[in-house]
Design a binder for this molecule. Structure first.
Ligand SMILES: C[S@@+](CC[C@H](N)C(=O)[O-])C[C@H]1O[C@@H](n2cnc3c(N)ncnc32)[C@H](O)[C@@H]1O
Length: 433
């Protein structure tokens, strides 16, 4: 086993551990993450080799890079002593490679002159290969962790230094967030989910190449394009045909074209999730979604609010054809409870996902009453993560479940949530929008 240092993103730190763990699990990699600390953007881990390190973090959104660790120190002097102690045996291996140095500061940094001086202080390593700023064989990196004394003051010297050989820069560093930035996306709407958390959701759901991902509330297709970024074949549905059709040339399909993933777009169809028309044996490996929860997203299902008003209406004919069989017929819809819909989603996932398949969805929760939130649970599904994103007056959670099948016998709280009081408190969230 070798030591590696991971440079983490300080965005959404509450989601970071889950992403690191999930990607390790996806690739069957054993890694001890117990030293992870949400306030620190570095973690030292032990892994078998560089190939495993690469595989683990290549598609990470909340990590920036992974480096073979050559030394650590609280001062530059300590860093050099540690590099000589731990890594002097490695020096000859890299004597003749083309190389460059990077010096990366977190919450602080050095001037170019200071950087050059720092690089010169590594002369004892005796690299004799050519320096190449573009495509060198090896990149040696100093990671500096600064801690500013206050919001208005910069730290003068780092609190810690790490030195390592770059193994892999993640998709985050390689520009995935810029590529999927909503400002540049052809088709977006009021419900479009931000790119970074869409990609993180797909990572936590273990969306992967060759798997089929389904979003039952696809809207403008945010999760579908994110899923295709990780190689999944994607299919979506939504009760509102206008959303998935888009406007003119601005469509979900156009977004896939924009990202060069159109071969991974199966289709989107207009469908009420609670009257799901997919045949029972259609393969769905992963479900990622953002169910409707407010006025804007319009939680509706097929049916009539006052069914008595429709008695006999099924016989209405236009030009000799039953009205409800015409192409432009707009079926009536009625409101539905969010909790019922979420349990429908859990039930559907338990029936359709393979054992080990994941469901990831976002659930809004009120947070100004200091009451513990009840998370919907199904007896076949293990609740793997519930991760909170806080806003001013409300919060939302990313819930990730794994289908464990009929023998799992987990907690099931559907009955508890059908109490009227519960519904009022936990599911009436549109007021926070
Ligand atoms: C929060 S939005 C999802 C937005 C989507 N993630 C996007 O990228 O735009 C919820 C979506 O659920 C749809 N919806 C509401 N009730 C539905 C139902 N019964 N079946 C399927 N979709 C439904 C709404 O039309 C809306 O597009």
């Amino acid at each position: 086993m070798k030591d590696y240092i991971v440079f983490l993103a300080q965005q959404h730190p509450a989601f970071r551990y889950a992403e690191l763990e999930t990607l390790a699990d996806l690739h069957n990699i054993k890694v001890d993450l117990s030293s992870h600390d949400e306030t620190i953007p570095f973690i030292i881990v032990q892994l078998e080799n560089d190939e495993i390190a690469k595989k683990w973090l290549q598609r990470a959104v909340l990590a920036k890079g992974i480096y073979e660790l050559w030394g650590v120190g609280s001062t530059e002097q300590q860093l050099h002593e540690d590099v000589k102690r731990r890594s002097s045996k490695k020096f000859p291996l890299y004597k003749n490679v083309t190389f460059k140095f990077d010096i990366i500061g977190y919450q602080g940094g050095k001037s170019n002159a200071e950087k050059i001086k720092m690089i010169e202080n590594f002369s004892y390593v005796e690299f004799e290969g050519k320096i190449r700023m573009k495509n060198p064989e090896e990149t040696f990196t100093v990671l500096e962790h600064y801690i500013p004394p206050s919001d208005h003051e910069a730290a003068k010297t780092p609190f810690k230094y790490y030195f390592g050989r770059q193994i892999e820069l993640t998709q985050r560093t390689n520009g995935i967030l810029e590529k999927y930035d909503l400002k540049k996306r052809r088709y977006i709407g009021t419900t479009t989910f931000e790119a970074e958390l869409s990609l993180i959701s797909c990572n936590l759901a273990q969306v992967d190449t060759g798997k089929i991902m389904y979003d039952p509330f696809a809207g403008t297709g945010s999760f579908l394009v994110a899923g295709s970024a990780f190689g999944a074949l994607t299919v979506g549905s939504d009760i509102d045909g206008r959303m998935i059709r888009g406007k003119g040339n601005n469509t979900i399909k156009a977004n896939f074209d924009q990202y060069g993933t159109s071969t991974l777009f199966m289709d989107v169809l207009t469908m009420d999730f609670t009257h799901n028309a997919f045949r029972k044996n259609m393969v769905i490996d992963t479900i990622v979604c953002d169910p409707p929860y407010g006025i804007r997203e319009g939680l509706k299902v097929l049916g009539a609010r006052n069914p008595e008003r429709f008695v006999g209406k099924e016989d209405v004919e236009i030009d000799g054809k039953k009205a409800y069989l015409l192409k432009d017929y707009i079926p009536t819809k009625k409101p539905y409870e969010l909790d019922s819909l979420l349990y429908d989603l859990l039930q559907f996932s338990s029936e359709r996902l393979p054992i080990g398949g994941r469901l990831a969805f976002w659930m809004p929760t009120a947070n100004d009453e200091y009451v513990p939130t009840l998370i919907p649970q199904h007896k076949n599904l293990e609740l793997k993560y519930h991760l909170v994103q806080e806003f001013n007056k409300w919060s939302r959670r990313l819930l990730v479940y794994i289908n464990r099948g009929g023998d799992f016998n987990g907690e099931d709280n559907r009955a508890a949530t059908s109490l009227p009081e519960f519904r009022k408190k936990y599911f009436k969230v549109s007021q926070y929008k």
